[in-house]
Design a binder for this molecule. Sequence first.
Ligand SMILES: [Zn+2]
Length: 263
Amino acid sequence: MPYNNQSILFAQGAMKRARTYDGPLDGVVNDAMVTALTKITEIKKSWPASRKVVAYLQKSAGLKGDDIDGLWGDQTEQAYNAMVQRRLFGEPEPVWRPESRVEVNPNNWPTQRTDAGLNAYYGAVGTNQKKLVPPYEHFLSWDPGKRVSSLSCNTKVYDSLGRVLADVLATYGAAEIKRLHLDQFGGSLNVRKMRGGDRYSMHSWGIALDYDPMNNQLKWGADKAAFARPEYAPWWECWEKEGWLSLGRARNFDWMHVQAAKL
Ligand SMILES: [Zn+2]
């Protein structure tokens, strides 16, 4: 997430709290901001406005010396995300420790062990579906800008899915949902066999959803998948308290995927 309206907005908020800026909070760079930024020692007067803002974010995020260069790289990305996390949740980032999580199952989701067991609980593949209108906008991940008006899901998961998404909205808010790609929908109901197997995919019952597949590719582990990062821990907690299972959190692959079936 490089330099954009969200990070400019964050800078404006931080400057306002530091009483060095009194202009609008609109995510658009303006003269008052640039004038204030130019007074900061580490920020070179010759830099363009965008570089000044990035340098300010680097400094605010705790980077020092030559690391305050106004250029957005991996280090800046990580420091920035950690800073946003602290601001959002007022606590140090949670560390990913799968063994420390207690798995709950308030809706009594079945296990995924047999197709027969899943058919018995959810009905035959592709049946027993209901359309859920999500509480915040969803977009097709593979067709940017295309809105998804409703998500097809099994009637048995409908209420729970609604609660999860409402919880996500309350936890992150619309702007963070957008920034973190939690609105990038990769699909739910899809009757198909699992890759290289005879079993049906959990998507066949409408009990699995994929999000932001581009940044959470099937074979990627926690070192690469976006959803393994600390700022997504609250996202997973929204699902897990309803008993949903993340393959990424449980098995460290397919981080895009979440399902209403236990392993
Ligand atoms: Zn999936």
